[in-house]
Design a protein around this ligand. Sequence first.
Ligand code: HEM
Length: 187
Amino acid sequence: MIYWANDVYRLGWGNTTLLKFFPQSFYQALQLEYKLASGMAFHFVFMWIFAINGLLYFLYTIFSGEWKYLVPDKHSFKEAWQVLLHDLRLRKTAPPQKKYNAAQKIAYSAIVVMGLGSVLTGLAIYKPIQFGWLCALFGGYEFARIIHFTLTIGYCLFFIIHILQVIRAGWSNFRSMVTGFEIENKI
Ligand code: HEM
């Protein structure tokens, strides 16, 4: 709804456009046109929920000590590659898995950094004069807006891949993700 008001981003070179964010049909199908003001209103409501939730999650991981399972170590990038190959069924042996595997560690830590990035770039484009220094830190207004937008596409990709992985891991895994415990069948 917000982006429709000035949809400048595209993938392409010169006058050739491969993909435009977003095609006209996308706006029409979802009836997103001419709704900038309500888009901004929705955005700020959900931004608060997202930001407060993110802050509470961050504080919880720090004070509970959970961060130790989440922060990647020096082996994580190599292992994450093995996880990818295993998930794509190109590698037979499963890589080492503790509470989270290396790909999860990287993804779950990156999403926290991305959240902080959204809040900071959001502030930069919300008050580019008052937060001029922040805007400059992100390479100016235009670039801060690009980062703000790209991060959102990143959340969408994260969400889709995450849901696919959860479906793959099965119902019992999903239940334990929501409740925090797992019921073992001891028969
Ligand atoms: C927390 C997660 C956030 C997400 C996922 C998010 C997502 C988005 C998206 C998708 C847009 C439309 C992109 C565009 O038009 O370029 C947008 C626009 C905007 N966001 Fe956020 N946002 C977040 C947080 C914030 C915060 C914390 C602020 C400031 C306090 C903020 C301020 C703005 C402003 C001012 C715009 C309008 C930019 C424009 O004129 O295009 N956002 N946001």
